[in-house]
Design a protein around this ligand. Structure first.
Ligand code: MOS
Length: 710
């Protein structure tokens, strides 16, 4: 094995090859034939099944766990709870720089911080026995008064709670009051978004066992080295003794990290010296799988009559738990999209007796762009300027807050291309003028951005004696097509056809690698693969004969990525929507959507298009359907499952198209930026702006339900 850093590794960007051409998923056949196995369905001998018991109160203490009856039930092996569980160590930050999810500090105390807090694990021979026993377990609580009601006026009474520096996450320049006072046109509005859930198709699932002195974990997650690292820390283990695999993952969206279930499985596997599986039910994923906090966002825009911004303020508030501060950085997009003489952004959180919110697709930008891009539309209306022209006039030269140059910013190219394809020029700007029977029709647009980053990763490439190549990298394919993308990237970097490349992913034994998250997975992994390929080609030029074990080269991109210059690096996009509003029922139907993106070099157009369309569909769903409601009396969700939580179905999703403009990242060896999150950004605002154009009524609270439209 040799180590290399990139630098000589580039060169695949200009060669005609696999990258940029459409390829079906390399594991597609396995997935549709059922050959691909997921964490909850891989067989193990002596497998025992754990079932989590979740609290029914929102705040208080556990007085006792009556496990005697349950322990006598058929097949029951053990009941773990705060009275008998081993201690875990939670004082660390993980490889992505965040502390463990509070639910990972499982069974460590008798406090109950929210409805759905895990209070016990019942383990039995079969899953059915475990469930039966778990549902029979009697837990006595001491109830305390709780508060789960998120209100925007929390901004005035209990605020400013980010953990890190005891400072709210604030940026501030210029004299806001003076610029607002001097602005002939002002928009000052509040926008709200509700609690939203990831609802991954595959619920969270894990199997843990001790095998030859190693902890072997088969899990559904977004990063095996991330999960292995957290389990190592939590259980104070030797890093070499922990292996996590996650070969196929049925969706993550930010929710698939170490949570209570993996910790429970490891505790039980250690106690019983048997493999233990814990799978969350759909309802349990709603209770402890993480979610996006509701937000209340105040936008203040001041502009000249020409639409040029003089003042821009974005103040966002979200809820967090009493255990940890998770800030939904909704004002982040405003730091990138538009500039003004006075420019202020703030992200704040208020603690309530609720589960800790977490990353959910485009954390910050998804709700933030709804508020910001709606407010821009309101400004365009009040100035009498076309919304796209307004954005042209407010295109910044440099990062509005950072002052840094943009790596590449093709936002206006997206708007131009989108306007052309959507037929924007024919739009009558006046609202409420297009009617078709009982339907009012309208169109809307919005801008999008999401940070583009790369995180140091390692990859190993092996030249096999039969002329094929194997890539090993602890990447995760959460349904995005990452495995296929890395096959194409490896092929081009080696200048061989993709058929000669096999990519193995999602095994922490492959070494540290970025998680599938933050739109940074494919870029980070491709960089490591490209670096290793450059070195391997040099080695192969010197060695005519390949030994039976092959020739393996390992890369580490720490130095190369650390050497990147400071720039504003983002993917951008322009969203367009056409809606029809039923004046009788208040129902909003989206008729068509178009997204045009500047998101770096597109590795696989087939799966990239799916990524964008998936994001846009979610934006539609966010605009019109999604809303988790907490019952203030119980503190729990009303209908926390897919019967009660409404997501867009096929019938809701019309003609939808995603395109992209040429936008290779000049500082990336492959030209990649990242496409994971930008597809949802701005999509809800485009729909909301179209509803305004159809009806003349602004909707500043999501979702735009029929009862709000009427
Ligand atoms: Mo994404 S919310 O970084 O999985």
């Amino acid at each position: 094995m040799t180590t290399t850093t990139p630098g000589t590794a580039a060169g695949s960007t200009t060669a005609p090859g696999a990258v940029g051409t459409a390829h079906t998923r390399v594991e597609g056949r396995d997935k549709v034939t059922g050959t691909a196995r997921y964490a909850g369905e891989i067989p193990f001998t002596e497998l025992a099944h754990g079932w989590l018991v979740l609290s029914t109160i929102a705040r208080g203490r556990i007085r006792s766990v009556d496990d005697t009856t349950v322990l006598a039930m058929p097949g029951v092996l053990t009941v773990l709870h705060h009275g008998n569980a081993p201690r875990v160590e939670g004082d660390f930050t993980s490889m992505i720089g965040v502390p463990p999810d509070p639910s990972a500090l499982l069974f460590q105390h008798d406090r109950v911080p929210h409805v759905g807090w895990p209070v016990a694990l019942v383990v039995a021979e079969t899953s059915e026995q475990a469930r039966e026993a778990a549902e029979s377990l009697v837990v006595h609580y001491e109830r305390e008064t709780h508060d789960v009601a998120f209100r925007s006026d929390h901004r005035d009474d209990r605020t400013n709670l980010p953990t890190a520096g005891d400072e709210a996450d604030v940026t501030d320049k210029g004299d806001m009051a003076a610029e607002l006072a001097a602005s002939p046109v002002v928009v000052d509005e509040e926008y709200t978004t509700p609690e939203e859930h990831h609802t991954t198709m595959e619920p969270h699932a894990v199997t843990a066992r001790w095998e030859d002195g190693r902890l072997d974990v088969v899990d559904s997650n977004q990063g095996t080295t991330w999960v292995a690292g957290e389990l190592t820390q939590l259980f104070s283990l030797d890093p070499a003794s922990v292996r996590v695999r996650s070969e196929h993952v049925g969706g993550g969206f930010g929710s698939k990290r170490v949570r209570a279930h993996q910790v429970a499985a490891v505790m039980a596997a250690s106690a019983l010296e048997r493999p233990v599986r814990v799978v969350l039910t759909r309802r349990q994923t709603f209770a402890l799988g993480g979610y996006r906090s509701p937000t209340a966002q105040r936008l203040r825009l001041g502009a000249g009559t020409d639409g040029r911004l003089r003042a821009l303020e974005h103040d966002s508030l979200n809820q967090t738990s009493t255990m940890d501060t998770f800030v939904e950085p909704s004002a982040g997009a405003t730091r990138v999209m538009y500039d003004a003489e006075a420019h202020r952004t703030a992200n704040r959180a208020v603690p309530l007796d609720v589960p800790t919110p977490t990353f959910m697709r485009a954390p910050g930008e998804a709700p933030g762009s709804f508020a910001l891009e709606s407010a821009l539309d309101e400004l365009a209306e009040r100035c009498g300027i076309d919304p796209i022209e307004l954005r042209v006039r407010n295109e910044p030269e440099r990062g509005p807050v950072s002052g840094l140059p943009f790596g590449s910013r093709n936002l206006l190219a997206c708007f131009r291309e989108g306007a052309e394809q959507f037929g924007w020029a024919e739009r009558d700007p006046r609202p409420g003028t297009r009617r078709e029977g009982r339907w009012l029709l309208g169109t809307g647009t919005a801008g999008a951005s999401f940070p583009s980053g790369a995180v140091p990763s390692t990859a190993a490439l092996t030249a096999e004696p039969d002329g094929s190549f194997t890539t090993r990298i602890a990447a995760a394919d959460i349904g995005t097509g990452a495995r296929t993308a890395l096959t194409l990237v490896t092929a081009d970097a080696l200048e061989v056809p993709p058929e000669r490349v096999r990519v193995r992913i999602a095994d922490s034994d492959f070494g540290p690698a970025m998680i599938a998250g933050g739109s940074m997975g494919t870029r980070s992994w491709a960089w490591a693969v490209t670096a290793a390929a450059g070195e391997l080609r040099e080695r192969l030029a010197l060695n005519a004969d390949i030994p039976p074990e092959g020739i393996t080269v390992r890369s580490d991109t720490t130095e190369a990525i650390g050497g990147l210059s400071a720039k504003e690096r983002h993917s951008f996009g322009a969203q367009f929507a056409e809606v029809a509003v039923d004046t009788g029922s208040g129902e909003v139907r989206v008729r068509r959507m178009l997204g045009v993106f500047a998101a770096g070099r597109i590795v696989n157009p087939l799966t990239a298009r799916s990524q964008f369309l998936g994001g846009m569909t979610w934006g539609l769903s966010m605009a019109l359907h999604e809303e988790a409601t907490r019952d203030e009396n119980t503190g729990g969700l009303v209908g926390g499952d897919l019967a009660g939580y409404h997501i867009a179905s096929h019938a809701d999703v019309p003609s939808m198209e995603a395109h992209w403009v040429d936008d290779p990242d000049p500082d990336d060896p492959v030209g990649i930026k990242g496409i994971g999150e930008v597809g949802i950004v701005g999509a809800a605002a485009a729909v909301a702006n179209a509803v305004w154009h159809a009806t003349g009524v602004r909707h500043r609270d999501l979702p735009i339900r029929p009862d709000r439209v009427l």
